[in-house]
Design a protein around this ligand. Structure first.
Ligand SMILES: *[C@@H]1O[C@H](CO)[C@@H](O)[C@H](O)[C@H]1NC(C)=O
Length: 267
């Protein structure tokens, strides 16, 4: 069988505020195709992360976990020099109430992150000072149990809304998608899919390419959300192809996340 390639395009696309420089013939990672515009405060943990490395600038999604950490993809922090993080607002550009902008250079990349295979694609960004929560700004945490196959989950992000439109969306979008088993995902992508990844699909071409790189994949439990994944890769066939998109599961990294983000008072 012909295996499809996966692409994370680590540190590869250039973002100017919310314009992405379009580079032909390549694919730049997960984005929201379809979906709905989120209402203010619906996902108070959603973080827009502008990343600067020594030689590039690009955009990632993230999720606030605790009051001084954002969890994102490993390839979003890899070689990072400066992170400008916007919280508490659904808009990339606005003067929404609740909006907070943070600049920091401190991050923790998972020690086993492999930029070639996209394994262990998870990282944490630390603020210099904690943020205050408000109704538009609050944390989300990884679940203390493993994510199931065929689970309904939401992908969120400001990513491109189609393969042909290189601009980010000014509004946060979300999309209900469904996880598939890793066995099913390996039938499409082969052994590149490790147990610490999860693939998800939507209706027709909708869910195939969702959320920004590093953006949250969440499951609803009552009125709470749990952060079950972090957007990691998409099909090299393009975002609007029918292939699933890939996420780093958070559960296998729970101890690593807790060890690193634990507040000083718990140490
Ligand atoms: C978490 O911290 C404990 C106690 O220091 C240590 O034994 C364990 O190996 C750590 N786990 C990870 C995944 O970092």
């Amino acid at each position: 069988m012909n295996r499809h390639q996966i692409i994370c395009l680590c540190a590869s696309f250039i973002v100017y505020i919310y314009k992405v420089e379009a580079i032909p013939q390549r694919d730049y990672g997960a984005r929201i195709i379809g979906g709905q515009v989120a209402y203010a405060g619906q996902f108070p943990f959603a973080a827009a992360v502008h990343v600067q490395t020594t030689d590039s600038k690009f955009f990632c999604g993230g999720a606030l976990t605790g009051n001084d950490w954002v969890i994102t993809a490993g390839h979003c922090v890899y070689n990072g020099v400066l992170f400008t993080i916007q919280l508490g607002s659904n808009h990339l550009e606005s003067d929404d109430p609740g909006r907070v902008t943070i600049a920091t250079s401190t991050y923790i990349l998972h020690p086993d992150f492999n930029p070639d295979t996209i394994e262990n694609d998870i990282g944490l960004i630390k603020f210099r000072r904690p943020v205050d929560y408000n109704i538009y700004l609050g944390p989300v945490y990884p679940p203390e149990f493993s994510l199931q196959d065929d689970a309904s989950v939401y992908a969120l992000g400001w990513g491109q809304t189609s393969d042909t439109d290189p601009e980010l969306s000014n509004e946060l979008r979300f999309l209900l998608i469904r996880t598939i088993s890793n066995a099913e995902c390996r039938m499409i992508y082969g052994d590149q899919i490790t147990d610490n990844m999860v693939c998800a699909i939507g209706n027709y071409n909708e869910g195939t390419c969702i959320g920004d790189n590093g953006g949250p994949l969440v499951a609803g439990y009552g009125k709470y959300y749990a952060l079950v994944g972090v957007a990691s890769f998409v099909s090299a066939n393009g975002c609007e192809s029918l292939n699933p998109s890939g996420y780093t599961r958070t559960y296998p990294y729970l101890e690593w996340i807790q060890n690193n983000t634990r507040q000083d008072e718990y140490l």
